[in-house]
Design a binder for this molecule. Structure first.
Ligand code: UDP
Ligand code: MG
Length: 331
């Protein structure tokens, strides 16, 4: 791997913010303290206000007014975390672009380590969480999800890596050009390939405010990860259907022979069989299997519907210290 030529670089930080009034000023200070005065690194900080209903936009406007390195992209409403990250990537101009949470869960200091790996020649440096300072159920759910995803997805999505990462301009450009609207950024980042590596870090507790991922939002995110990156569930349903049909055909054949030959098994003939329990159970069972399979196919059909409509993943209301760029625009 050839190291990148040394010299001044423009480093962009992308921070999606939704109702982060309690922590955003502190986040900004922490960023400046750890990355603000590095030799040969010019900083650009892109805050994406994802339709916050609190004072976040005001605080961000203040930061933009006092520091020309700050760019604020205000979305026209709340579009969700993944769309906000996408908007930030679309508006970042750096040679290297890092994505981090606005709540200081992803320590800006780790970006230094990522930058080093980038200088060595890596194109994507993702952060792998070792310890998480989050509730036990959340840790268990995350862990189960990442392990399932790595088995099912058609691309290798590294375990325990979230959106916290640093990407080379070439990678960001490829991401921008991907046409899909429903974006699971960490999956797309793995899909593009290039030279990737991980750095480990301890995920901190939130430094203020509350997590915006409720249980159901996390479930949605997990389903996006699964369905956007794997068609294996469809195959599984198909195989299950084949299996059940084969087994029941054999059973029916057996039953017909049992009746025709008048044979007895353990003293019972076909006449002794009470029918309705097994019939009722079979109806329930196949009803359940069919509903689940239909629902699963529905998940894919729904996604096709959303993609076909071709609506952009977000709309920009205003950009402070910069120009609005349409989603997916080529460089
Ligand atoms: N976020 C966003 N839009 C949303 C929800 C969250 O831009 O609709 C931002 C949020 O401000 C934070 C990041 O996305 O910077 C991650 O969200 P959060 O910290 O709530 O998730 P968690 O870290 O608990 O998984
Ligand atoms: Mg967070």
């Amino acid at each position: 791997m050839t190291p990148r030529p040394s010299g001044p670089v423009l480093l962009s930080l992308v921070l999606p913010c939704f109702n982060e009034q309690g922590v955003i000023a502190r986040t900004h200070q922490t960023i400046l303290a750890s990355l603000g005065s590095l030799p040969d690194v010019e900083l650009e900080i892109v805050y994406v206000d994802d339709g916050s209903g609190d004072d976040t936009p005001k605080i961000l406007a203040g930061l933009a007014a006092s520091d020309s390195r700050v760019r604020v992209v205000c979305l026209s409403r709340n579009f969700g975390h993944q769309a906000a990250v996408t908007a930030g990537l679309d508006h970042a101009r750096g040679h290297a672009v890092a994505v981090l949470d606005a709540d200081l869960q992803d320590p800006p200091g780790v970006v230094l380590e990522m930058l080093q790996a980038w200088r060595q020649g890596f194109d994507v440096v993702y952060a792998v969480r070792t310890k998480r300072k989050e509730t036990a159920w959340k840790r268990a759910a995350y862990s189960a999800f990442y392990r399932m995803l790595s088995r099912l997805a058609h691309v290798d999505i590294p375990c325990d890596s979230g959106d916290f990462s640093l990407m080379d301009r070439a990678v960001v450009q490829r991401l921008k050009e991907l046409p899909e609207r429903n974006r699971f950024v960490r999956g797309l980042r793995a899909w593009v390939g290039f030279r990737q590596t991980g750095v480990v870090y301890e995920r901190q507790a939130r430094q203020g405010g509350e997590s915006h991922y409720s249980f159901w939002k996390l479930v949605r995110l997990a389903l996006d990860g699964l369905f956007n990156f794997s068609t294996l569930p469809l195959t599984a349903v198909f195989v299950m259907g084949l299996f059940i049909s084969a087994v029941s055909s054999l059973a029916v054949l057996g039953l017909i022979l049992f009746k025709l030959t008048g044979a007895s098994i353990m003293g019972h003939t076909a006449q002794d069989l009470p029918g309705y329990t097994s019939v009722t159970l079979a109806i329930f069972f196949f009803g359940g299997v069919q509903l689940a399979s239909l629902g699963l196919i529905g998940e894919y059909v729904g996604r096709i519907y959303m993609e076909v409509k071709g609506r952009p993943p977000y709309l920009v209301r205003e950009v402070m210290n910069g120009e609005a760029r349409p989603a997916g625009e080529k460089a």
